[in-house]
Design a protein around this ligand. Structure first.
Ligand code: ZN
Length: 250
């Protein structure tokens, strides 16, 4: 079985003491690769060392922590992304966060930064990985208007009408390994054709178990999706792996 973790955070301190074992466990579970998402300048620099050590297995998507992004960090992330563009497979996660940011001024302030990252993706001809927590419709409206490249709505948790719109735009969604806990995610998994679905763990977050999440848990999400669609798990693994490789141009 060939699996691919389309979005994780392997550079994080949660993996500091056993990162190599985590990567070995992922390989043992059938993962043929993963995309790790850096979320700030420090995270970006840590990721450079990790992808250097795991060429052709771990790929770098350069983005930010949407709810904590500062003007200064955005500038640094953008210049680092330009500098290391040849080893970056996507811009993101970037987007809007209405879960942690609740005041309307704070929400509005995220938009110009998102527009800069969209422009960066266009400039570098890279796909866009979108974080849109509680802001799925708003993020979709902006990106649809401003961006022509490939889009994945990471950990999509929006309502069915937004899922239908994303399907019609030909964009992708990722489902996290614990997606059975969300009605919106189950609906989205049915609304979008399998060709537009990627699997991710978002490790160390969104664990399907009691423990820290890690890429090896991707198989749990694959099992849930194959049950839901009543398809063979091998076929779902192969399809979602192909989708991830196509999306990230691997
Ligand atoms: Zn993430």
């Amino acid at each position: 079985m060939e699996l691919f973790d389309a979005h994780t955070h392997i550079d994080m301190r949660h993996f500091k003491n056993d990162r190599e074992k985590v990567i070995s466990r992922a390989k043992a579970k059938g993962l043929v690769g993963m995309v790790t998402s850096s979320i700030g300048p420090g995270s970006f620099r840590r990721t450079l060392g990790i992808i250097d050590k795991h060429r052709d297995y771990i790929h770098h998507s350069a983005g930010c922590s949407v709810s904590q992004l500062t003007r200064k960090d955005a500038d640094t992330i953008i210049s680092l992304t330009r500098k290391y563009a040849s080893n970056i497979v996507a811009v993101g996660e970037v987007g809007l966060d209405y879960h942690w940011i609740k005041d309307s001024a704070g929400r509005k302030a995220q938009e110009p930064l998102l527009l800069e990252f969209i422009a960066l993706a266009t400039e570098l001809n890279l796909p866009l990985v979108v974080h849109s927590r509680k802001a799925e419709a708003e993020a979709t409206t902006i990106i649809e208007r401003e961006f022509e490249g490939a889009v994945v709505m990471h950990c999509f948790d929006g309502p069915p009408e937004v899922a239908e719109h994303i399907r019609d735009l030909g964009w992708y969604i990722t489902l996290p390994a614990n997606f059975r806990r969300s009605r919106n995610r189950i609906d989205a998994a049915i609304i979008l054709p399998l060709e537009q679905i990627l699997l991710e763990t978002d490790g160390p977050y969104l664990s399907p178990t009691e423990k820290r999440n890690e890429p090896a848990n991707l198989v749990i999400g694959c099992e849930v999706l194959s049950d839901l669609l009543d398809l063979d798990i091998e076929d779902v693994a192969a399809a979602t792996t192909n989708n991830a490789k196509r999306f990230y141009n691997l």
